[in-house]
Each structure stands twice: as C-alpha cells, then as structure tokens.
Design a protein around this ligand. Structure first.
Ligand code: FAD
Length: 279
C-alpha cells in the first residue's frame, strides 16, 4: 500500500513551504505521478494537490499565450483564440492520451515530468516556451529548465506557476508522432517542424525531435544553416543526413537505435512532402 500524506493548500506560499519542508511531489492532473507511484518508482512523503489554487484564465498578450497552473489540455483545445493561434499545438494535444486523460492532464505537468517523449514539451521547445517559477517570480526558458530525463532545475521550494509560448501562427507546421498506436502510447519518435518560406527559399525553420535523446532535441546551428537554402527535397534530404549524424538514439523496449536513426531523416523528408503538397 502507498503511504503518503495529502495536502491541498490554497496559496503559493503554503505550497512553497510544504515543498521545502518535506520530500514532496506536486499533483496537478496526476496522470504521470500516479502511474509512477503505483509502479513504486516515486515514493514521496507528501503529495501537494495544486488544484487548491484558484484557477486562472488563459491569457493572450504581447504575442504570447500564458497558460496558468491547473489548465488542462481540454481547456486549451476548447479555447477559440488558442485554436486559432496555435493550431499545431491543438494537433499535438489531440494525439495525447484519450479524452479522459486530456480532461485531467496539464501541459505544466508534462513539462515538469521532463520526459524526452513528452509531447507538450516538444511544443514548448518550438514555441520558445518560458516557465514562471514561484515563489521567486523568475522566468526560465523551458529548454534550460529541463536538464535531463525526468529532471528539472528547480529548488526545493520552487514550482511552475505558469508557462508562456510565443505566437507562431505565421509559420506552416508539421507534426508526426510514430508509436504503436497513435495516442495511448508513448511515442517511438516524434518530430515537429515550423517553417516560413520566402519565394521558394527557407526564411526560417525550427525542428524538434522527441524520444531520440535525453530530452527533446533541437539544433539551432543546423536550423540556421538551413535558412537561405532552397525549399527542395534535396535540401531536406541533405539536412536529414546531418540530423542523423547529430542524433544518437538508444535502443529500448519500443524501438531499436537503428530504426530511430533512420526515422530521423525519413520524418524530415516526409515533412518536406507535406509542406510541398500544402503549397
Ligand atoms: C493513459 C495515458 C496516456 C498518456 N499519453 C501521453 C501522450 O500521448 N503524450 C504525452 O506526452 N504524455 C502522455 N501521458 C502522460 C501524461 O498524461 C502527461 O505527461 C500529462 O501532461 C501530465 O500532466 P499531469 O497534470 O497529469 O501531471 P502530474 O502527474 O500531476 O505531474 C507530473 C509531474 O510533474 C510534477 N508537477 C506537476 N505540477 C507541477 C508544477 N506546477 N510545478 C512543478 N512540478 C509539477 C509532479 O510532481 C510530477 O512529478 C499519458 C498518461 C497516461 C496515463
């Protein structure tokens, strides 16, 4: 039987105090935490339910969206402005778990869980995600906050109070998640690409891979090299080779390293075909 104490505080200070005093875990949707606790890979002394905090609205300001603590995936996919401005993320969310999971689970939980297969985490890497940390009020780039599989750089008293993502609605996008089944499974490999073209030339591109390294993988130097190149199959094939060289996935129960490496290139070329078809 699991033994832990359960708290549901109503203020940021209470959460922070409890978190610094005990071996504590925050519980938002609980869809990652409960699985880990049942598997006994996580045995906290206390659980702090974040849902005691007042639920705030999703806000759109200064070309960003601010997603507060306790916002669920369903809150985002039911928000008209979010659907309009972040269609790629809506597509990503719709491939996470099941409707029941999406009604409970939160994007912040996905980021704090720091899984290299975390689908929302991949979005945060592409949309220049920042996390607002309490009680210090500092803002940390999410790609810096995540330091390894399951690891985030937070002090004992700290937690994520909101996240913000840049508006990238002027980009074309491509997202694919390869798994044994689409949603209820952890991906074998995933890719997200944001692309801006100018007369057949790559004006800007952002590429992130999931499940092929210790965290979501993005290589800004390679992206920079792609800028100014022609939007062609040859370019995407050539850069697919470069990504294959840069990424060294592991073999696990879901797929071999060789398969994942091949898919790194294949998915980028597939992204090209999709963008090309869209025109
Ligand atoms: C059946 C099933 C299918 C799933 N499918 C997918 C999938 O397709 N893709 C995918 O990416 N994930 C999937 N997941 C995993 C999970 O649903 C997501 O990662 C979800 O976003 C986690 O959010 P949560 O609110 O439930 O997190 P929780 O379980 O509440 O928390 C996750 C971790 O984050 C910590 N935490 C929570 N809130 C905070 C905070 N504010 N500050 C600091 N730390 C915090 C917790 O202590 C815990 O360590 C699936 C899970 C299940 C059970």
């Amino acid at each position: 039987m699991m033994k832990f104490k359960y708290f549901k505080p109503h203020t940021i200070d209470e959460i922070s105090e409890l978190k610094s005093k005990y071996d504590a875990k925050l519980l938002s949707g609980g869809t990652d935490l409960m699985v880990k606790m049942r598997a006994k890979v996580c045995k906290p002394e206390i659980i702090i339910d974040t849902k005691g905090l007042e639920k705030k609205e999703i806000e759109f300001k200064d070309g960003k969206v601010v997603i507060p603590i306790n916002t669920t995936y369903s809150d985002l996919t039911e928000n008209k402005e979010f659907i309009k401005k972040y269609p790629m993320i809506v597509e990503i969310i719709n491939k996470i778990g099941s409707p029941q999971i999406r009604n409970r689970a939160t994007p912040i939980g996905n980021i704090a869980n720091a899984s290299p297969a975390g689908d929302f985490l991949l979005a945060a890497y592409l949309f220049r995600g920042y996390a607002e940390i309490k009680p210090s009020n500092k803002k940390i780039k999410i790609s810096k906050l995540v330091t390894g599989p399951g690891k985030i750089a937070l002090k004992p008293e700290e937690f994520i109070n909101s996240i913000e993502l840049r508006d990238r609605s002027e980009y074309k996008y491509y997202y694919e998640k390869v798994g044994k089944r689409n949603a209820m499974n952890i991906s074998v490999i995933s890719i997200g690409v944001l692309l801006k073209l100018d007369n057949g030339i790559i004006d800007d591109i952002k590429i992130a891979y999931g499940s092929v390294g210790p965290t979501v993988m993005r290589f800004k130097d390679v992206e920079k090299e792609m800028i100014g190149k022609s939007f062609s199959k040859e370019t995407f094939e050539r850069f697919g080779e470069i990504y294959m060289k840069n990424i060294n996935p592991i073999t696990d129960v879901r797929a071999t390293a060789e398969y994942r490496k091949k898919m790194v290139k294949n998915l980028l070329v597939k992204a090209y075909y999709n963008f090309n078809r869209e025109g």
